[in-house]
Design a protein. Structure first.
Length: 317
């Protein structure tokens, strides 16, 4: 029991519990809702992290790493607004990666001395009143800024999160992308068209981003497969080539019962002619070339087959 440990041992135990929460939030891009964080750790560890200031609760039901507040301070210091990934963090969206430093947007004609820019990613861009809410860019503007300036997979993750949280509509994103004059317009349109609020998390968003560059493969998130007595909803599905992609998250596969259920589901899909490819978080985030090669081989080897039309995702009770 922790109460039987010496003081140094209890401090180390609390530190370990708090750092586990930090690691879990880092894995989710720096922010997560209460349910997801408890699945990754536990209620006790979340309370420990809060008590020791290792994590913060910016809004009810959501937790984040403290660096989100750094963006607020940087924006105030430079008389600008938090933007890009910093604005996404402050909005409570899940990201592929935590921003390495705060991003602040200031007007184009603003002169900011180099000493004041230290530790801050300063962007010069004129913003309309409608582009700003409090100390950050609004949801639509944040997504478009990320689409213009970040790699496609990171930008798609931001757009998916914005849609998932209901902070912007896809129609609004498409309208904003159409208004981008030149630089980055093509990627803005691509992000707006491909974004989906059905993506469960950044892990799945990045896997889908990789798949979108594979000719002959067209996966969609959370498609219900209902055929021959089997009903399931894999992470990503291409109904034409009968390929299923699973983003294997460690928080859902830590128990023998879950492992058995997964085996039965994968076997059922294989017996019905589906090709199931499973990828870990490390594969998707750190070895996208391996993932792309697997997907490319799958697309080349799988003939287009007949599949029952997918049902729309069922709403949670």
């Amino acid at each position: 029991m922790a109460c039987g440990l010496p003081v140094a041992g209890r401090v180390a135990l609390r530190h370990s519990a708090g750092m586990e929460v930090v690691e879990a939030l880092t894995w989710r891009g720096g922010t997560a809702d209460a349910r997801a964080l408890r699945q990754l750790t536990s209620r006790r560890k979340v309370r420990t992290g809060l008590r020791h200031g290792l994590i913060v609760r910016p809004t009810r039901g959501r937790f984040a790493l403290p660096d989100a507040d750094e963006a607020r301070l940087a924006a105030a210091r430079l008389s600008g607004v938090a933007s890009h990934l910093s604005a996404a963090q402050l909005s409570g969206w899940e990201l592929k990666w935590r921003p390495p430093r705060p991003t602040v947007t200031v007007p184009r004609n603003r002169k900011v001395e180099e000493s004041r820019r230290s530790g801050v990613d300063v962007r010069w861009r004129n913003l309309d009143e409608d582009d700003v809410w409090m100390d950050r860019t609004r949801a639509g503007r944040t997504v478009i800024d990320c689409a213009r300036d970040l790699p496609f997979d990171e930008a798609l993750t931001v757009a998916d999160s914005a849609l998932r949280h209901g902070n912007v509509t896809q129609e609004r994103l498409l309208a904003l992308a159409e208004r981008v004059a030149t630089t980055g317009r093509a990627q803005c349109l691509r992000v707006a068209r491909e974004a989906s609020g059905l993506a469960a998390n950044p892990f799945e968003s990045v896997l889908r981003a990789i798949s979108l560059d594979i000719p002959g493969l067209r996966v969609r998130p959370q498609v219900v497969i209902d055929e021959d007595g089997f009903v399931g909803r894999p992470d990503l599905v291409d109904v034409r080539s009968r390929v299923v992609l699973e983003a294997e998250s460690f928080e859902f596969h830590g128990h023998r019962i879950a492992l058995r259920r997964d085996c039965e589901r994968y076997n059922a899909l294989a017996l019905r002619g589906w090709l199931v490819l499973r990828f870990s978080w490390e594969h998707v985030m750190h070895d996208p070339a391996y993932v792309a090669n697997c997907l490319r081989n799958a697309a080349q080897q799988r003939p287009l087959g007949r599949a029952a039309p997918p049902r729309k995702p069922r709403k949670a009770a």
